[in-house]
Design a protein around this ligand. Structure first.
Ligand SMILES: CC(C)(COP(=O)(O)OP(=O)(O)OC[C@H]1O[C@@H](n2cnc3c(N)ncnc32)[C@H](O)[C@@H]1OP(=O)(O)O)[C@@H](O)C(=O)NCCC(=O)NCCS
Length: 168
């Protein structure tokens, strides 16, 4: 398995993996909308390939954190692994690779809405422990954050997702 940055030729395969993994088109459309927005970070849209075929994808993009200050932080979403390739460590490798790139870029914190047993493996913690609030009602254990080396205490407040996320 190889993990690398996406390129234009990967777009159809990335859309397919998202549709197959989620069983709907919303996440594939979200990826496309983010790509066309100023929230897109090309080096943080990663694919996992096996024998030259794209079998997994992860996207980290900018979302807002609004408290006393309005700050840009990273949102992890969506992530998808082709159903035939799930539970082989590909999703974990994508998360790990993305977190390393984010850290190297000097990003402060990553926000995710997802399954606690999976994300806690990578050091994600409850967002409430960092005074970071979800914009919608969700059981608090599902809204998680991963502080990176550049994290400072001023990163707190309410998360505001860009309009592209409203359809997911
Ligand atoms: C979530 C996903 C990306 C994980 O990819 P993966 O390659 O299977 O992940 P890994 O093999 O590294 O890790 C597997 C672990 O993820 C967890 N996991 C995977 N999918 C899960 C799900 N839908 N719900 C809860 N836990 C899940 C399991 O705990 C599993 O651990 P186990 O094998 O020890 O039981 C993949 O299952 C997927 O595409 N799911 C459908 C889309 C989705 O739900 N995306 C995440 C939300 S954005």
């Amino acid at each position: 398995m190889n993990i690398r940055r996406e390129n234009i030729a990967d777009y159809p395969a990335i859309a397919e993996v998202n549709v197959l993994a989620f069983g709907q088109e919303n996440e594939a459309k979200l990826v496309e909308e983010i790509r066309h927005s100023n929230r897109y970070i090309p080096e943080l849209s990663l694919v996992a390939e096996v024998e030259g075929l794209v079998v997994g994808h992860i996207l980290f993009s900018y979302i807002n954190l609004v408290g006393e200050e309005r700050l840009q932080v990273l949102g992890l979403a969506p992530m998808a692994v082709h159903p035939r390739f799930q539970r082989q460590g590909i999703g974990s490798a994508l998360v790990q690779a993305g977190l390393e790139i984010a850290d190297t870029r000097g990003e402060a914190i990553v926000i995710v809405l997802g399954h606690p047993p999976f994300y806690s493996r990578f050091g994600f913690e409850l967002s409430v422990n960092y005074a970071i609030e979800s914009p919608f009602p969700v059981p608090e254990e599902f809204f998680m954050v991963k502080p990176l080396q550049s994290y400072q205490e001023r990163y707190k407040g309410k998360v505001v997702y860009p309009p592209a996320f409203e359809k997911v």
